[in-house]
Ligand binder design. Structure first.
Ligand code: ADP
Ligand code: MG
Length: 629
């Protein structure tokens, strides 16, 4: 099997990671850079797009042809976009359909732009391994809906990847922090402050699987806002020192670009230094600028922005119905959380203790042991390694994509494990026979959302033998178990003899997403006809049972009943048979109303026969016990 890489396709930066000899690591590009700006520049209609750092440099110079933050638009439709979300320096088409970006006369979908970023990461990974890389796990924010996830997946496919999984970013981060090894029932908050977005997710680890309990955030809050504050601040200082206008409409793009880069650089350096020197030589031919900036000054400029994350955190806690003290850990994700003020803010907000033995204090631990801008990519790589079988005995962050069950009487699907159950999981049910003296039972394993067995996918079949007995007597326990590797074990056991059979089915969890989507769509589309079919099958089973019982009773009471009564019963039985015979072979359904009416009539007419049979049985019993002659 070929290798799978993990990719963090971020709003501002993207990364590709892998697990090498058991160690997760970010793959650097040829120049040793591990973060690729998620920026794509289109020099002309013909030229190949420029991706990453080079594109970022021309972002301010060529605003209309340089696309950044396209993650905001992926999988989204024009009408659902709020006005402030559309504020970017390149044009956007937000008509009825999907949002598109017109560049050099072509209307590009956001996923086509993301695909360019992914292609660059793919090339970097291939250069690192010295061989083609064709499979990937790609992360998305926990709040992404189906359309956004599907579009992200398509971006991966356009880039030439088989997208093995779309993984939630907070879950990936938790994996990178090794939190899957926490005790069962742990709760974790993932505080993710990136370049342009903030989100807080609350995860619960339960039975080795992460669930996102709640997520809340702001898609227009991040490090970029701090950069802008600093740019304005520096522009004022430049003006005060007699320099040119750098801010606002009058600013020259090239200068603005330099100011933006200088601001971000200063901000980044102030995370480790307490004071930095900012130099902007030759802003004009005769004007150079130089100043020092302290960490305290930067903090004053950004404090209120950081404080805005507070309400989102509180909302997520409220949605998850937990308090900060219920959390075991708070982890920080996103480059901007390297800023000491952000760390302090998050720690204070959740009442954290910054030590590994926080548990003793009853307060959550603020865990900053991983690089916040790499954690998501590393987690994706860990998930990729799990999928390719490299890491054994670790949790699989997975749910069953479709329901699993077996075929029962009348060709119906009996669900044992419903769709979207988290795995590993175990479920069982008791089954019996439909006919007398059956010697075996066919266990037909099915997957799908439809009511009838034949509309679902057949995963396998096997038979279990038992001693012949009257219908309904044999008891066969069937158990489905999906293990952490996503393999379904089907066990069938004859309760009486304890004889059992176990069959392994590998394809139960790794199902192609498109096929899953189609199955779910079809189940919705056919919901009514499926339900009608199930009702028919159930009524038919009942009718067949009643007919068999009637025949038995007629034979048993042959001497006691009059010919006329017998005829009337037979006519009523024939009515039922007629409706059954009229079943449409293709749809497998018939006239339910007529069947119900015919069956009711038969029930009504056989009531005296049933009484007679009861009396006879009672008499036989009494006679056997010697109570009557
Ligand atoms: P995203 O997930 O949105 O792509 P990232 O996690 O890459 O974003 O975060 C990018 C943001 O983090 C940028 O605003 C960047 O300036 C900021 N950042 C990166 N490193 C540091 C640092 N050392 N100190 C402060 N901010 C930083
Ligand atoms: Mg991110």
């Amino acid at each position: 099997m070929s290798r799978i890489v993990g990719i963090d396709l971020g709003t501002t930066h993207s990364l590709v990671a892998t697990v090498d000899s058991g160690i997760p690591l970010v793959i650097a590009d040829a120049r040793g850079r591990r973060l690729t700006p998620s920026v794509v520049h289109f020099p002309s209609a013909e030229a190949a797009p420029v991706v990453g750092h080079e594109a970022n440099h021309v972002r301010v110079l060529k605003p209309a042809e340089t696309v950044y933050s396209v993650k905001r638009f992926i999988g989204r439709r024009g009408p659902e976009m709020a006005e402030e979300e559309k504020a970017v320096t390149y044009p956007l088409h937000c008509a009825g359909g999907p949002v598109t970006i017109p560049v050099h006369g072509r209307d590009l979908l956001p996923e086509e732009i993301s695909a360019e970023v992914l292609k660059k990461l793919k090339r970097d990974a291939e250069a690192y391994f010295g061989e083609p890389v064709a499979r990937a796990v790609i992360t998305v924010p926990a709040y992404f809906n189906d359309a956004q996830r599907s579009a992200t997946k398509r971006a991966g496919e356009r880039a030439g990847f088989v997208v093995e999984r779309i993984l939630n970013e907070p879950t990936a981060a938790a994996l990178a922090y090794g939190l899957d090894k926490l005790r069962e029932q742990s709760r974790i908050a993932v505080y993710d402050l990136g370049g342009g977005t903030f989100d807080l997710s609350i995860l619960e680890l339960d039975g080795g699987v992460f669930h996102v309990l709640a997520t809340h955030g702001n898609t227009r809050l991040g490090g970029d806002d701090i950069d802008r504050r600093l740019m304005d601040f520096l522009a004022e200082r430049v003006a005060a020192a007699g320099g040119p206008q750098l801010a606002g409409q009058a600013a020259e793009p090239a200068l603005l670009s330099r100011l933006r880069e200088a601001s971000e650089q200063a901000k980044i350096r102030l995370s480790t230094e307490t004071e930095v020197e900012i130099a902007l030589p030759f802003i004009t031919l005769d004007f150079s600028f130089r100043c020092t900036l302290t960490r305290a000054e930067l903090e004053n400029l950004s404090r209120d922005l950081i404080a805005r994350t507070r309400t989102h955190c509180l909302r997520a806690l409220a949605d998850a119905k937990i308090e900060p003290k219920d959390l075991d850990q708070v982890i920080l994700v996103g480059g901007q959380t390297r800023m000491p003020l952000v760390r302090k803010f998050a720690g204070d907000l959740f009442g954290c203790v910054e030590s590994p033995d926080a548990a003793a204090s009853g307060r959550p631990r603020l865990n900053t042991s991983q690089n916040p801008d790499e954690a998501v990519a590393l987690g994706a790589a860990i998930q990729a390694e799990i999928l390719s079988g490299g890491f054994k005995n670790v949790l699989l962050l997975d749910v069953t994509p479709l329901s699993l069950g077996i075929e029962t009487f009348g060709g119906l699907m009996n669900v044992l494990i419903p769709r979207n159950s988290t795995i590993p999981i175990k479920a069982g049910e008791m089954f019996t026979t439909a006919a007398d003296h059956q010697r075996s039972m066919l266990i037909h394993v099915l997957q799908g959302e439809r009511e009838r067995a034949r509309d679902n996918w057949s995963l396998g079949r096997f038979t279990i033998e038992f001693e012949p007995a009257p219908r309904g007597m044999p008891r066969v326990g069937v158990q489905f178990e999906i293990d952490a590797d996503g393999i379904l074990h089907v066990l069938a056991r004859d309760v009486k003899t304890g004889r059992e059979k176990i069959v392994e089915i590998k394809s139960a969890v790794d199902v192609d997403d498109a096929a899953v989507r189609q199955m779910v769509e079809e189940s919705v589309e056919h919901a009514f006809t499926d339900l009608a079919a199930r009702r028919w099958v159930e009524a038919k089973l009942k009718a067949e049972q009643t007919l068999a019982a009637t025949q038995k009773a007629l034979a048993a009471c042959a001497e006691e009943i009059e010919t006329d009564y017998r005829r009337r019963i037979e006519t009523a039985a024939r009515e039922v048979e007629k409706v059954l015979a009229a079943e449409n072979a293709e749809s497998g359904a018939g006239d339910l109303k007529s069947l119900q009416a015919a069956l009711a009539a038969l029930d009504e007419i056989t009531r005296p026969l049933a009484d007679l049979l009861m009396n006879k049985a009672a008499e036989t019993l009494l006679r056997r016990r010697g109570l009557v002659a």
